[in-house]
Design a protein around this ligand. Structure first.
Ligand code: GAP
Length: 499
């Protein structure tokens, strides 16, 4: 018997994703006419819509679905002492190493992590685990000579020159800096924020007081962050300018692990709700903790280049608020008048913080990779590959495309009327060029969930055909029902109701 289900074409490579993203207006290399700038990308006409939809659903999931989470929008530039307090001036470093033969630069920790993955792939996961522990110990002690020796003793060679002719390991601070002030003598060093979180910490009391917020409560923010990444590869996965969606949840000390577990689950559910399959998501508990954390886990997604971090969830203790209090000499305390088990108010304390931090660009890349579908359809000589983006309709850049069957006899005018009817509710487009099959294909390639065709029957009875992207099925429908039919499917509610 014939298999009714379409067969999936061979696995997608990152190169397929990069090409598709460029060809269909999702992601372009930055300043491409000058041959681009490494690890910097621009979002095109469709990419910006998809990214905005992802940011919007995250914002709603955080602020609308939680009574105790509010949003802010802090500046990229902050007082330089912010970064001293946060530890970024002293510890936001990556250990780098150069190969003297290939002249290529690598992150020393990543070379060792790759080696550990190699052990695991060869059935020696314990050996890999031991290697990671040893690396964490050496980095924790800032023993950079030890890290170099470990690279050499593990027989790690440069993938290009195939030699182990390594330089010493050096720490490299990832923050970009510039000057403020109009006159050179007046200017002072200022950083481009490497995370949005600090904008939240320095506004903790402003928001708590003006919003009369009671602990536990959270502050969410979406914004640009900048890091001078040593190795910037894998498309938008690791960029030098990127966007973060972060939320700091302020809790009573001692309750942080309970909230950490709750947010872990909530965030995993979010990724499933936007359409990422459970089997492509997993938690990865950190062996090596950042300088501010007492527990940390990543939510990893299976990108075409393997499982990698998409979101970080950290229990940040009171590290940040405490350091800001010390450096600014402004109290960062909260008065908790809830009663403890002895009937006494908990009183003044610096709250503990549980952070959720997801890169908008990494979420975009995960959703885009997951949506990219190639199916083999037809049999024998008519067999071909159908490519489309199976995006959640609420995330799709264009919700519906409207086509007159032909460019005459009043059909374009009728189609334009439908466009006007729908355009204030949804992003819809009108297309009259090329055969209708080609127009369907173009919409499939950008993930448009509905195509509406206007034909001669429309002029008689005000009905159209509406084609569904995933099934390619077409049904006849009165124009008066379109708004409801499309609205139902593309509403953000379809995602939020799963949370
Ligand atoms: N405030 C905590 C923090 O910044 P992080 O693990 O360094 O933690 C959080 O970053 C998230 O930001 C990551 O999980 C990732 O999604 C995103 N991110 C970090 N560096 C990035 C880069 N160079 N390019 C794109 N996204 C990045």
């Amino acid at each position: 018997m014939e298999d009714a289900k379409p067969k999936l074409a061979p696995a997608t490579s990152l190169q397929d994703i990069i090409s598709h993203a460029k060809e269909y207006g999702f992601v372009f290399p930055s300043s491409e006419i000058y041959d681009g700038l490494q690890a910097v990308y621009d979002y095109g006409q469709n990419g910006v819509e998809l990214k905005n939809n992802l940011k919007s659903v995250w914002w709603k999931a955080m602020t609308q679905l939680h009574d105790n989470v509010v949003g802010i929008d802090a500046s990229i530039f902050m007082h330089p002492l912010t970064w001293k307090a946060s530890g970024h001036v002293d510890s936001f470093n990556d250990p780098m190493i150069d190969n003297k033969d290939s002249k290529k630069r690598y992150r020393a920790d990543q070379l060792l992590e790759l080696k550990a993955e190699e052990y695991a792939a060869n059935g020696q996961p314990e050996k890999g685990h031991e290697l990671l522990l040893e690396m964490a110990r050496l980095l924790g002690e800032n023993d950079l000579d030890g890290v170099r020796e470990l690279i050499i003793s593990e027989g790690i060679v440069d993938p290009i020159s195939k030699t182990a002719n390594w330089t010493e390991v050096r720490q490299f601070n990832l923050m970009f800096s510039t000057q403020v002030g109009s006159v050179a003598e007046d200017s002072s060093l200022i950083y481009l924020r490497p995370e949005t979180a600090q904008g939240i910490f320095v506004n903790f009391l402003n928001v708590q007081k003006t919003g009369r917020m009671k602990i536990p409560f959270g502050i969410a923010q979406i914004g640009k962050a900048f890091r001078n990444e040593i190795v910037a590869r894998q498309f938008t996965f690791r960029m030098r300018e990127f966007e973060q969606m972060e939320m700091q949840f302020f809790v009573r000390p001692g309750t942080e692990m309970e909230w950490y577990e709750k947010w872990k689950e909530a965030r995993l559910n979010f990724h499933k709700a936007v359409g990422l399959p459970a089997e492509k998501l997993k938690f990865h508990v950190h062996e090596k903790l950042a300088h501010y954390a007492n527990a940390a886990v990543d939510i990893e997604y299976q990108f075409p280049f393997g499982f990698r971090e998409m979101e970080g969830i950290h229990s940040r203790t009171d590290f940040d608020l405490k350091s800001h209090q010390e450096l600014s000499r402004k109290k960062q305390q909260y008065f908790d008048n809830d009663l403890d088990e002895n009937g006494k108010p908990f009183g003044n304390y610096i709250p503990y913080v549980v952070e959720t931090s997801v890169g908008a660009d990494r979420l975009f890349l995960a959703v885009f990779c997951n949506a990219f579908t190639e199916e083999v359809v037809g049999e024998g000589e008519t067999q071909k590959t159908r490519t489309y983006l199976k995006l959640h309709p609420a995330l799709a850049p264009v919700k519906a495309a409207i086509f007159p069957l032909v460019r005459k006899d009043g059909l374009p005018e009728k189609a334009q009327q439908i466009l006007k009817l729908l355009r204030s509710d949804f992003r819809v487009i009108y297309e009259e060029r090329d055969a209708i099959g080609k127009r369907y294909t173009r919409q499939d390639l950008i993930g448009t969930p509905f195509c509406i065709a206007v034909d001669y029957q429309t002029l008689e009875d005000d009905t159209v055909t509406i084609r569904h992207r995933d099934t390619t099925e077409q049904i006849r429908m009165p124009i008066s029902e379109l708004k409801q039919h499309i609205g139902q499917a593309v509403s953000m509610e379809r995602i939020l109701e799963q949370l």
